[in-house]
Design a protein around this ligand. Structure first.
Ligand SMILES: Nc1nc2c(ncn2[C@@H]2O[C@H](COP(=O)(O)O[C@H]3[C@@H](O)[C@H](n4cnc5c(=O)[nH]c(N)nc54)O[C@@H]3COP(=O)(O)O)[C@@H](O)[C@H]2O)c(=O)[nH]1
Length: 772
């Protein structure tokens, strides 16, 4: 039983039996009872009270102290003594903060205390920095009150300070993280971000130094990222370090893809080749952690260096993990941004800069060239017949061709030159810093053209592609990028006009022609709106019966000032602008309406033949448009024949065949115009649902003088006969030609020999007079 007669409650006599656990409890209880009796005697005296007080303040983990009016320590608890690096209270008493701490810090403390002494007002809960615990920088939350004598006179201050370093660190970490995340969100440069990150970790782990290294694109080397506090010479020596199984902490961490802790670089074999590099910095241990992507690919390393032989504690490991994670996010984000920016400024297929990048940089480049008083050349380049290759070999082959050509262009120019893919098969080349001699400039461009024209293998075939180039020189033929581009474009247009596969340098004459072309285009638009177009009709005659069986509708432009204009002048312009589509529709509608009117007027039955341009024919659902026009005009489809040129069909044979079948289904007849000029193969010809071949005028013109033309014409006629097609010769002007054609077995003729194209009224009279 417990002894309740004294203040000391003892359990000494309690019988614990054989139970060891119970024995231990009884012993602990007795020890506690002895301690309580010692601390709280039944009759405490002054000395006891003093002792209690001292025991109490020594149990408190906060710093408690009193100082006189001169800032000298009078008394302090044990933790204050110890954390100031002293053995006993006697060592502290009489000393001031100036004796213990750096001047700047002591002055700040003295200032606060002076305020308390002078005002007599206490100060509660201020935050102040302190250097305690063997020189470690701490944060304290301090309250100071005046110390008064019994008479109420202020004789010093009493202070109590709580170490809030951990809380401050957590706050600083949070603030730092927020700042870093903001930097990522704002897309700040990576070096700036890395420096901030390393400095934050260094601030949280005093004495520790950090570094970030980035894995090179080839994945073999580590490149300098940031090391704001490390020796520059060391950072320089580490830059481009090859990663490997024994390449220090960082090289090995990047190689293994896992953390490598080297507590003593002088003793660890991983550092055998590198420890000397650290010698002058006094660093001893290095802990490196790989920075990983979301797919856990190594992007770089985050390393901490300490001056002692050490391994990271739990808190340090947490900070390392956080830093490596944030660095990973920043790197990935930057790479994604770079990729987006690259895609926005480059052509995805060829990797060449695109027009956006060109426009962003060209003015700056021209400015530099101007400052250096040099010349430059801007070439606008277009591949010849690219569409034909694309359509005949397919888009994949077209893409391959573009990539190959882009590579050849890039390889033919210097690094400082600019090769841009504008779109499709169009490119811009800007050659910098050239001499003024025209011959040298042209020979450089000829080299590029030759490089492009070298044979290349595409889908197992050997191909050669030519290009047309228009050139404008800076500064004489354009002082701004816009002027140069416009002038080079005009020169390129001229190169195309001259049969492609050549280079043309801009001249003022080209500008004048272009200006004129623009004016024509504008007038064409007005012509369509102002109903300035009309049709003439040229009869087609059956050689066997001598009867007019058809009329070809031929477009004319009745210009208010220039008078009647031939379609050979305006059709190419209309093709270029796309105006040929509405103009062609107009011609088709007008031709159908006219024939229907003649039919209604009781004229002999006739076929109306209408020319179709490539652009019109490629229009989506063009066949349905033809059907609509027939419906609208009331003409039966069987009276309409559409003339498609051979070259139009050959641009896209499968597409053309599909549209031809759609037209055939409506009931419209088809003829191949200009036959013999478009290289259609016999096998292709067999697949075209056409009724008539029209021998091109160029073969008829020199009959009967040219034996070759006669041979070709005969061959076309017999080919048509074998394929069961009717054949008509155009451009027939003489009796000799008629005789030859008749003998060769040609079915029909059209030409000035019989009649020139006539106005509707004149044609109507001709038809009426030819009535049987
Ligand atoms: N897409 C469209 N093209 C059209 C349309 N209307 C005409 N055209 C094409 O314009 C080219 C020039 O036509 P045009 O100046 O009318 O010349 C035609 C005849 O006048 C000419 N011809 C006829 N007989 C003779 C001749 O004996 N000698 C000679 N020197 N020329 C002659 O040939 C032109 C008809 O050619 P074709 O169409 O190939 O039968 C011309 O390419 C027209 O096709 C239109 O509405 N849409």
């Amino acid at each position: 039983m417990a002894d309740k007669t004294s203040r000391s409650i003892r359990y000494a006599d309690l019988n614990a039996g054989d139970n060891a656990e119970t024995r231990r409890l009884i012993d602990a209880g007795n020890r506690l009872a002895d301690e309580v009796a010692r601390l709280f005697p039944s009759q405490p005296d002054i000395a006891d009270r003093h002792y209690w007080l001292e025991a109490m303040i020594n149990h408190v983990p906060d710093y408690i102290y009193a100082k006189d009016t001169e800032g000298r320590f009078l008394i302090a608890n044990e933790v204050t003594v110890a954390d100031n690096g002293l053995e006993s209270l006697q060592d502290l008493v009489g000393k001031t903060d100036f004796d213990l701490h750096p001047h700047e810090f002591a002055q700040a403390v003295a200032g606060t205390e002076r305020r308390v002494l002078e005002t007599g007002e206490p100060i509660f809960g201020i935050e102040e920095r302190a250097i305690v615990t063997k020189g470690r920088d701490r944060w304290l939350m301090t309250s100071k009150v005046p110390l008064r004598s019994k008479s109420g006179k202020i004789i010093g201050i009493v202070g109590i300070s709580r170490d809030i370093t951990d809380r401050k660190s957590a706050e600083r970490l949070l603030e730092g993280q927020a700042r870093l995340l903001e930097m990522i969100a704002k897309g700040k440069p990576l070096t700036e971000f890395f420096n901030e990150l390393v400095l934050l970790i260094e601030a949280l782990l005093p004495g520790i130094k950090g570094s970030i290294l980035l894995l090179s694109e080839d994945g073999r080397h580590l490149l300098h990222g940031a090391a704001p506090s490390l020796d520059r010479a060391y950072s320089a020596a580490v830059h481009a370090l090859e990663i490997g199984p024994n390449a220090g902490s960082c090289g090995t961490a990047a190689w293994r893809g896992e953390q490598v802790i080297v507590s003593d670089v002088y003793a660890d074999p991983l550092w055998a080749d590198y420890a000397l590099l650290l010698k002058s910095s006094g660093l001893r241990s290095c802990w490196s952690t790989p920075i990983l992507s979301r797919e856990r690919k190594v992007l770089g390393t985050f390393a901490l260096y300490a001056h002692e032989v050490a391994t990271p504690c739990e808190q340090e490991q947490e900070l390392i993990a956080m830093a490596a994670h944030l660095a990973g996010i920043a790197i990935e984000r930057k790479r994604a941004e770079d990729r987006i920016s690259f895609l926005a400024h480059h052509d995805a297929l060829t990797g060449l800069p695109n027009r956006v990048l060109f426009e962003e940089q060209v003015d700056g480049m021209l400015e530099e060239i101007r400052e250096r008083d040099q010349c430059a050349v801007l070439a606008f380049l277009d591949l010849d017949n690219f569409k034909l290759i694309n359509d005949s070999l397919g888009h994949a082959a077209g893409d391959e061709l573009l990539k190959a050509v882009a590579g050849r262009m890039r390889a033919s120019v210097r690094k400082a030159d600019f090769v841009v893919r504008v779109g499709g098969d169009e490119f811009i080349i800007l050659l910098n810093g050239l001499p003024k001699e025209r011959d040298i400039v042209l020979s450089r461009l000829e080299d590029i053209r030759s490089a492009i024209a070298m044979p290349l293998q595409l889908q197992g075939r050997s191909l050669q592609v030519s290009c047309s180039m228009g050139v404008a020189c800076f500064p004489n033929q354009g002082r701004t990028a816009g002027e140069l581009l416009a002038n080079a474009d005009m020169a390129m247009y001229r190169a195309k006009e001259l049969g492609r596969d050549n280079i043309q340098v801009f001249t003022e004459e080209m500008a004048a022609r272009a200006h004129e072309r623009l004016q024509w285009q504008e007038e064409l638009r007005e012509a369509l709106a102002g109903e300035e177009f009309l049709l003439h009709f040229q009869p087609q005659m059956n050689l066997g019966t001598g009867r007019i069986f058809a009329a070809e509708a031929l477009l004319r432009w009745n210009h208010p000032v220039r008078g009647i204009i031939s379609p050979s002048v305006f059709i190419p312009l209309a093709e270029e602008t796309g105006l040929i589509v509405p103009i062609g529709d107009w011609a088709l509608r007008a031709a159908c309406r006219q024939l229907k009117a003649w039919q209604d007027a009781g004229l002999p039955p006739l076929i109306i033949s209408v020319n179709v341009s490539a652009r019109q024919f490629r229009e989506r659902n063009w066949a349905s448009r033809v059907a609509e026009i027939l419906k609208e005009t009331g003409l039966e489809a069987r009276y309409l024949e559409l003339e498609l040129t051979e070259s139009l069909i050959m641009q896209d044979v499968p597409g053309a065949i599909a549209t031809m079948h759609a037209l055939e289904a409506i009931g419209v007849h088809l003829a191949i115009d200009d036959f013999g000029t478009g290289y259609s193969s016999l096998s292709a010809l067999k697949r075209f649902p056409v009724r008539r071949l029209k021998i091109d005028r160029s073969f008829v013109t020199d009959i009967p003088l040219d034996a070759d033309d006669m041979a070709i014409t005969s061959a076309i006629i017999s080919l048509a006969q074998k394929l069961g097609l009717r054949v008509i010769a155009e451009g027939v002007e003489s009796e000799a030609q008629v005789e030859f054609l008749q003998k060769a077995g040609c079915d029909e003729i059209q030409g000035y020999f019989f009649s020139r194209p006539l106005s509707a009224e004149a044609f109507e009279s001709l038809l009426s007079s030819a009535r049987p």
